[in-house]
Design a protein around this ligand. Sequence first.
Ligand code: HEC
Length: 248
Amino acid sequence: MFKKTTLAASLAVASALLLSTSVGMASGTTRTETATAPAKASAVGKPRAVNYARMRPEALAEHLIFNTDSYDLAQPTQEGTTGRDRLTQDETQKICSELAYKRKDIDGKTAEKIQALAEATIKYPEGGIKLGDWKKGRELAWSGFGFRTAHNPDRHGPGREPGANCYNCHQLAEDRMGGTLGPSLTGFGKLRGSSPEMLKYAYDVIYNPHVYFACTSMPRMGANGVMTQEQIQDVLAYLFDPASPVNK
Ligand code: HEC
């Protein structure tokens, strides 16, 4: 009961906010405007009757996420947005989802477009890319904590910083078992060397892997604000430093 009330209240606030931004007016007129709210805003919280069997996959996904009240869309996220923003696909995600459900390969022109979008997001440390502290990088690579939403968004703070989650998908050093969704990175620095080009490549991949792998499932750690430039450099040290267990 309590939950329902707060959800309804926050959705009301959300649609009021939507309205005031689109109309750009003083709050006094909000009530009158609500009656003529655009279909999209007023549909929130009132599931429409739909025929699932006749819907295209993307329409069904949109419907289940945004129209069925199954998720608290107004909840705050760590990056200072809302659940709704998290679940709204950006251009890259839309292109890649569409290709995935049509089981189509990406064409060269579309790949170039995604690459350009990704390149525009990457920021480099002043003074160039340098290796940080591999021990800190190791801790980050091990930790999968952070940036969860759902009913209780994670609280971050000292000692509860988000991790980098690398082991979920990659094998790295052999003192821990890693995932197989991504290729093994064991011995990465030893095998590839640590030229400035190789450091930049790895920095870019961690910051925004879409630069090299158009529709990858690897997260955009830098572009999404999960990792700072300094943390990326610590993880780079974990990959490249000869003293790191990755290269033993
Ligand atoms: C959700 C899974 C996932 C996570 C988490 C992930 N990666 Fe990846 N990564 C991949 C996949 C998949 C690829 C292969 C690229 C492709 O084909 O999509 C990849 C590719 C790479 C490559 C390029 C490999 C090569 O041979 O050149 C590097 C380097 C890399 N990841 C490092 C990392 C690091 C460091 C982390 C942690 C900060 C990380 N990844 C987190 C899935 C992931």
